[in-house]
Ligand binder design. Structure first.
Ligand SMILES: C[S@@+](CC[C@H](N)C(=O)[O-])C[C@H]1O[C@@H](n2cnc3c(N)ncnc32)[C@H](O)[C@@H]1O
Length: 375
């Protein structure tokens, strides 16, 4: 497996953010489509991408792609793959599936046939009847779209939003990958003040601090690919060392996270501590109605409560408070994600830009209020 096809997927709406991340990492010839980006790479790239991508969900290797109009065609093409080079005798391989606009529409049959072909092929090498599947995991996907089958291997395992720092969370936390995407879509950079006035478990503030200090998001967790038999273990070690060397430990940041809930602030603080960021983020209890922002030209990136009533406060009232805060701080920019279509009305101002984003399956809007650029 020298030259491989790599696919990274992401929440709908974050394609341009992940594309920018990939270009910044030096990747080229990116084929972008809804929710995914495909490009050529090698096994080292699997380590680099899992460690460094902030807004993508998973990194896959495309093992094969072929036309499949019948189950025989599906079986034969899967059987033709050199599975013994990919899966060990005790490897725990799992086949999941999806099908759309294809003759082979029964997902369970596609999964069953794919698994059968893999087993038959592995039996040729391993000469066993029963696979115990007791060791490293290989999550495979058979995806049929317009009669083309693709076989993907998930190298991440758990989704990339699992960074390893959110030991605890408080009410409706935002996903870490989406939070990183929102920050990268905002005007914030590490020389400006960052503030999340509804910080909950601290995700947005922590992601901003990780960006500011150049901490690779995957450094504190494990990935499935680390155990794959075809993966050279040295690669991950080397790539981790590079990530550690690039951390800007001395970078001074001005990042605030405030919330009305004491419990949320305790959780946010302990999450930041896991990454050693406790001195880089100021978390404290504050009702948005009493908030005084520190400094000029700061950037608010936030995920206000949505749901009809939260903690006794009316959603409309909190959005109005946010609008007031923006009005009272004319040099600040504000970016808020919400599923509430009446957000702008309650906020009291139409946004400069509004972007549709999917938070998993929930349709949300990213309302963007542009303040002046710092002088
Ligand atoms: C959707 S949650 C934010 C989740 C957060 N982004 C995270 O990742 O955990 C909204 C937060 O707003 C807080 N909140 C509700 N009313 C508030 C108020 N009046 N002032 C400040 N925070 C408030 C809640 O305690 C809750 O933590």
């Amino acid at each position: 497996m020298k030259n491989i096809k790599i696919i990274v997927n992401m929440n709908f709406g974050l394609e341009s953010v992940v594309k920018r991340e990939l270009l910044d990492l030096g990747y080229e010839k990116l084929e972008v489509s809804d929710g995914q980006i495909k490009f050529d790479g090698n096994l080292r790239d699997i380590a680099i991408l899992n460690l460094r991508l902030r807004s993508a969900e998973r990194v896959f290797i495309e093992i094969a792609s072929f036309e499949a109009l019948s189950f025989e065609e599906l079986f034969d093409n899967v059987y033709a793959i050199d599975w013994e080079d990919i899966i060990s005798e005790e490897g725990n391989f799992i086949v999941q599936g999806r099908s759309a606009k294809s003759k082979l529409f029964s997902v369970s049959d596609c999964q069953r046939i794919t698994e059968k072909a893999i087993i038959k092929k592995l039996q040729r090498t391993y000469k066993i009847d029963y696979f115990e599947k007791s060791k490293e995991r290989y999550k495979l996907e058979v995806i049929l779209y317009k009669d083309v089958a693709r076989i993907l291997l998930d190298t991440s395992g758990s989704g990339l939003h699992k960074r390893g720092y959110r030991a605890a969370s408080y009410k409706a936390p935002i996903s870490e990958t989406l939070a990183a995407g929102l920050i990268q879509l905002s005007f914030w950079n590490d020389s400006r003040v960052f503030w999340d006035p509804f910080c909950g478990s601290g995700t947005l503030a922590i992601e901003a601090a990780m960006i500011g200090k150049n901490i690779a998001p995957g450094l504190s967790r494990k990935f499935d690919f680390e155990e794959f038999i075809f993966m050279d273990k040295e690669i991950m070690k080397e790539e981790k060392v590079k990530c550690y060397q690039e951390i800007d430990y001395d970078k001074e940041l001005e990042i605030y996270g405030t919330d009305i809930s004491r419990q949320a602030i305790e959780i946010a603080k302990s999450n930041a501590e896991i990454l050693g960021l406790e001195n880089d983020i100021k978390f404290f209890v504050k009702d948005i109605r009493d908030l005084d922002l520190a400094g000029d030209y700061g950037v608010i990136v936030t995920n206000p409560p949505y749901g009809v009533r939260i903690g006794g406060d009316d959603l409309a009232e909190l959005e109005k408070e946010l609008g007031k805060l923006y009005k009272e701080n004319p040099t600040w920019s504000l970016f808020a994600i919400s599923a509430d279509e009446k957000f702008e009305k309650n906020f009291g101002k139409k946004s400069n830009r509004n972007r549709k984003l999917y938070n998993g399956r929930i349709k949300t809007y990213y309302y963007q209020y542009h303040g002046p650029m710092p002088k």
